[in-house]
Structure formats: C-alpha cells, structure tokens
Design a protein. Structure first.
Length: 128
C-alpha cells in the first residue's frame, strides 16, 4: 500500500470519532440563562424549574391555597424576551421573561376560549 494513502487512512480513522463527537454534541441549555426560581407577589407564587430537558411550572394562589404543577413546555419568543408555555386541558399557562431583567416574570393564564384570566408581574425578590 502507498505510504501516503496509509497515513491518510490512519489520520481519517483517528479523526472521525473526534469529528463525530463535535458534530453530534447537542447545545448545552445550561449555558443559556433561564428563568428558574421562585417568583411572587401578594397573591401568587410561581416556581419555574428546569431539569436539563424541559421546564416545570408550579403556581399557587397564596390566599386560597389552590395550586397546579405542570411539566413539559414550549419555548417561543426572541433572545430578548422568551415565552415558556404549558397546556393544561386547554388552559394555557405562559411565563414571559427577559434575560436583561432576570428577577421579573409575567405570568398569564388563558382559558380554552383564549380569554386571558390572569396577568401578573411577579418578582423574584418580593418580600413576604
């Protein structure tokens, strides 16, 4: 066999796993800022979590004690304003968040007819 061809075949054989590793590695979501944590006002408390794959939503009315926990989400928006959306039997729960203002989220809930039934700004550093 030609020594140049042998050297090229050896190089390609050794380089292929490294190339495949670089090409197949998914983007790391942890490097992108996300709105995780506990946000609240006098009436509502919302916790947003991230498990590395999807976001979770836990919302509680502090006056009535009613609560809901949702998993799985859809992310839309722009890099300047991200919107995280959960669906619960036709009710749409939405958290809008701006990385430039990481301590504030807007929580909106829409009924199955599309009517907004909740629209609140919640702060991460709100005093209880």
């Amino acid at each position: 066999m030609n020594p140049k061809a042998l050297a090229l075949a050896t190089f390609i054989g050794l380089a292929t796993p490294a190339i495949a590793d670089i090409a197949l590695t998914p983007p790391v979501m942890a490097q992108v800022p996300v709105p995780t944590g506990y946000f609240q006002d006098r009436t509502w408390a919302v916790s947003v979590g991230f498990d590395g794959q999807s976001f979770s939503y836990y919302g509680r009315n502090k006056q009535t004690g009613d609560a809901i926990e949702l998993y799985g989400d859809r992310v839309t928006g722009t890099p300047q304003r991200r919107v995280y959306i959960w669906n619960n039997n036709g009710y749409i729960y939405q958290v809008a968040w701006r990385p430039s203002d990481p301590d504030l989220i807007r929580v909106q809930v829409f009924n199955p007819n599309g009517r907004e039934i909740l629209n609140r700004l919640l702060n991460r550093n709100w005093d209880i």
